[in-house]
Design a protein around this ligand. Structure first.
Ligand code: ADP
Ligand code: MG
Ligand code: MG
Length: 364
């Protein structure tokens, strides 16, 4: 009998569209010749407002690649009468949910990559692909992540953790806070909400007015913020696959000609290039692979993660930037591309991830 894979995609995050594209690529891989006899796909789509859809509606999103908005969902023909179109909490008899043998959540960013969905799936007592609650939450929160990296002895940029309250609630504290940032980190600095992705809410600042505006803006996204010293570096990434004995892929590099790797550069066709393998010395690549595995363990990741680094060519220094526990998974995304160049094809990668989920749930 086939293993029924609950492909969970969409989600309440800014990376909703990326998730749809990742899910389409995974669905295609599950239907590829080597997988089709092993797996059956049960698609679940989370709309931008958080409503869960099962059955035909998610199938349609997978086919078209077009998000299903709340308004469309209630007006478009055929869907209003679909009894499967209900929110998770309204599911009186969640028959589709009960049929799932293994979940494949491919949700990026908040509400999907941060441990919330992983908590729900853990409570369901069904295996799922990727990191558990702790690894997901640690990988999403840039402050918690940096603390774990620090503890593991991984070099990173100088940073300062800040709360929204420090930015908004106390007009006397704020100038002192900015003074301190200027004195310890200098310019340029990067201001970031702690719990986001895709560069959303991130600003590169070069002056006091820019710093103040960026802090105010980042505080509107998250209670927790981080400010980092800016580095001039190449951006290199390494993919990790496995559970307790994970493997590291070849190292890849991202090149672009904007000011930094911002949202627009990430998601506008042709604005960024992937170089695999990265044209860097072998010893540096090995160091990066080693650091990627250490980072994976430091946050308790499982299944998969993409670990991103800054390579400061001038000093031959490698600094860890971040770990992403549910990286972009489209056919052209860095994570599957890194594995393709390491000898693991896309369909094989999807198969391995599902097997790792099952193994982790019931270690033999
Ligand atoms: P996200 O999780 O949204 O991808 P990152 O922390 O990776 O956030 O930052 C996004 C991009 O901003 C990076 O890929 C890089 O181009 C730039 N960047 C972030 N922090 C720094 C830094 N300290 N120095 C130089 N560039 C940075
Ligand atoms: Mg990230
Ligand atoms: Mg990043």
């Amino acid at each position: 009998t086939k293993l029924r894979v609950g492909l969970l995609f969409g989600g309440r995050s800014g990376e909703h569209e990326v998730s749809i594209n990742s899910a389409r690529a995974i669905a295609k891989a599950l239907s590829a010749e080597q997988n089709t006899s092993k797996y059956e796909i049960l698609p679940f789509y989370i709309q931008k407002d958080g409503r869960w859809l099962a059955g035909e509606a998610p199938q349609k999103v997978l086919e078209t690649g077009v998000p299903l908005l709340e308004s469309q969902e209630s007006t478009s023909e055929g869907l209003t009468s679909n009894p499967q179109t209900q929110t998770l909490s309204q599911w009186q008899s969640p028959s589709q949910v009960a049929q799932v043998d293994v979940w494949f959540p491919i949700l990026h960013g908040p509400n999907g990559e941060d441990g919330t969905i992983q908590g729900l799936l853990t409570l369901m007592q069904v295996p799922f692909v990727g990191s558990g609650v702790l690894g997901s939450a640690m990988g999403m929160d840039k402050i918690a992540m940096k603390m774990a990296f620090e503890q593991a002895g991984l070099p990173q940029v100088k940073y300062k953790a800040i709360t929204r309250a420090q930015v908004w609630s106390n007009p006397c504290v704020f100038p002192k806070l900015c003074d301190e940032i200027e004195a310890t980190l200098g310019y340029p600095a990067f201001v970031k909400p702690a719990n986001l992705g895709s560069s959303v809410g991130i600003a590169k600042v070069r002056s006091r007015p820019e710093l103040e505006a960026a802090l105010d803006n980042a505080a509107s996204y998250d209670r927790r913020l981080v400010v980092e010293a800016g580095v001039v570096a190449r951006e290199v990434e390494c993919a990790v696959l496995g559970n307790d004995q994970p493997q590291a892929s070849v190292v890849g590099e991202i090149t672009y000609d904007s000011d930094f790797y911002d949202y627009e550069t990430k998601y506008t066709e042709g604005r960024a290039d992937l170089l695999i393998p990265a044209p860097i010395p072998d010893a540096i690549a090995r160091q990066i692979q080693d650091m990627a595995l250490q980072a994976f363990a430091a946050v308790d990741a499982a299944g998969l993660a993409r670990v991103d680094f800054f390579y400061v060519e001038a000093t031959q220094e490698v600094l860890i930037n971040e770990i992403n526990t549910l990286p972009g998974f489209t056919a052209t995304s860095m994570y599957p591309q890194l594995w393709a160049h390491s000898g693991v094809s896309f369909p094989e990668l999807v198969d391995r991830l599902i097997q790792l989920a099952v193994e982790r749930y019931s270690p033999s």
